[in-house]
Design a protein around this ligand. Structure first.
Ligand SMILES: Nc1ncnc2c1ncn2[C@@H]1O[C@H](COP(=O)(O)OP(=O)(O)O)[C@@H](O)[C@H]1O
Ligand SMILES: [Mg+2]
Length: 451
């Protein structure tokens, strides 16, 4: 893989960066954000007609949940008639967060950090000073590996003049949280008056992948139920498709305070993704060029879109993989055939240099990759004259472990295997080599696959 020179396209930096769009990011969020008009309309009307909300935003990893929440927060922070304050960074859901005290401290800390960014003078306020102290101390304890931040007593001085350390109770933190919400409503922040606060909690995906995490999450929502009903606070919880069904709706008393259906996010359309890339390139265009050059033709994006069912992060990563294969200066955007060949080469290089399959394993892989249909282990046993356990352990196991092949279907209790989406480009490589071999009567000596 070669380092990619983005300047050759008239770009200041990589337009295929997979980070979510965020207020203050390299890509201006209000410009770079594309589509989602139905979702935005729904969110707007929900926020307009309520003075508090608990909503789950659900969808697969990488579909654009975080970017949507960030864009929604941005619009409501700066452009609406009823403005709602928010912090640009979301709160990350993880095992440590899942208790009331830590959750409250995270919210308070995030709000203070945002105020520090926008209007640092406000931090002279007594309440904010006190809250900063609490957050600082909890951070210090967390950094020193002190486990539960408030498991042991802490002395916050001021009100407590005795030497007995005070326990920072959840109730006290809750009062602080409400004080903070009132502060937001009663004080201008950078010249703006806000009517409330949006709290954005991200990424329940990872936690919910374990049974223990699921159970912890269910308990967590029970525990924070009262916080979730704070007037003028709008909660967005982002996670996988089962977040609402498997966590929120388990207990009626939790479910009843949530909006009753999750907002489900599906992949952007092909055209929206093409448009998103164009917008990014426009935003990242070098100042001294008249226009940027597209690295790949739109058809390339369509083809990879189909391969990954619209998963934009995989699409962006693949384009970077393709461009990293190309060491010459590009005279014009890469065509589908060129791009697919390069992507296949990139995947093959990975197998050669990183995964390091043996020659025999590569031979089997080549067979699987060029087959027109899915293949069972039995067929390999027969064709290559190997033992059953050899095929299973020596050939299929590493291919499965490296996510090169996967079970595609089962017939008569026999599993059939094929390439994963990541490695289907090997097929394209093989096919294009066949084409080349057919059209030019060449000995294919420079081709990596030696068919
Ligand atoms: N509406 C959108 N317009 C433009 N780019 C988007 C949009 N939604 C997501 N993206 C891009 O797609 C990628 C994945 O989005 P992200 O919000 O991180 O997804 P998720 O939170 O669901 O995992 C990011 O690089 C982001 O910039
Ligand atoms: Mg996300």
């Amino acid at each position: 893989m070669n380092p990619i020179n983005w300047q050759q396209f008239g770009l200041r930096k990589n337009p295929y960066d997979t980070l979510p769009l965020i207020e203050g990011g390299d890509l201006l969020i209000d410009k770079a954000f594309i589509g989602r008009s139905a979702e935005r309309k729904f969110l707007d009307s929900l926020f307009e007609s309520n003075n508090r909300i608990c909503l789950t935003v659900c969808g697969d990893i990488g579909v654009g949940k975080t970017s949507l929440a960030n864009f929604h927060k941005f619009i409501w922070k700066y452009t609406k008639e009823k403005l709602l304050f928010s912090f640009r960074r979301e709160i990350e859901a993880n095992n440590d967060l899942l208790n009331k005290k830590t959750f409250l401290i995270e919210i308070i800390g995030s709000v203070l950090r945002e105020i520090r960014l926008l209007d640092p003078d406000l931090l002279k306020n007594e309440l904010l000073k006190k809250l900063s102290q609490i957050v600082d101390i909890s951070q210090t304890i967390a950094l020193s590996g002190g486990g539960s931040a408030f498991g042991f007593g802490l002395d916050f001085g001021k009100e407590e003049t005795t030497t007995t350390p005070i326990q920072l109770s959840a109730t006290l933190l809750e009062e602080h949280f409400i004080d903070l919400v009132n502060f937001i409503k009663n004080n201008k922040i950078k010249g703006r008056t806000y009517s409330g606060l949006i709290v954005h909690v991200n990424n329940f995906d990872i936690i919910l992948s374990s049974e223990k995490g699921k159970k912890m999450s269910i308990d967590f929502f029970q525990e924070i139920r009262d916080i979730l009903q704070t007037p003028d606070v709008y909660f967005l919880f982002l996670g996988p498709k089962n977040l609402f069904k498997d966590i929120i709706s388990v207990h009626q008393r939790v479910k009843s305070i949530f909006y009753q259906t999750p907002l489900v996010i599906n992949p952007l359309s092909k055209n929206e993704i093409v448009k998103a890339f164009e917008e990014r390139m426009q935003l990242l265009k070098s100042n001294d060029v008249a226009s940027y050059i597209k690295p790949v033709e739109d058809e390339v994006i369509y083809k990879i879109y189909d391969l990954y069912n619209g998963d934009i992060r995989s699409i962006m990563a693949s384009i970077v993989d393709i461009l990293g294969q190309y060491s010459e200066k590009l005279a014009k955007p890469l065509s589908v055939n060129e791009a697919m060949l390069l992507l296949g080469k990139e995947r093959w290089e990975k197998i050669e240099n990183i995964i390091k399959l043996t020659d025999e394993q590569k031979e089997i892989l080549r067979y699987l990759a060029s087959a027109e249909k899915f293949i069972s282990q039995k067929e390999i046993v027969k064709i290559f004259n190997k033992t059953k356990s050899n095929v299973s352990w020596y050939y299929f196991k590493p291919l499965k472990e490296h996510n090169i092949i996967e079970e595609k279907n089962i017939e008569n209790r026999t599993p059939y295997y094929g390439l994963t989406a990541d490695y289907i480009p090997l097929k394209w490589l093989i096919n294009s080599q066949k084409e080349v071999n057919k059209s030019i009567d060449d000995k294919s000596k420079q081709l990596p696959l030696n068919l």
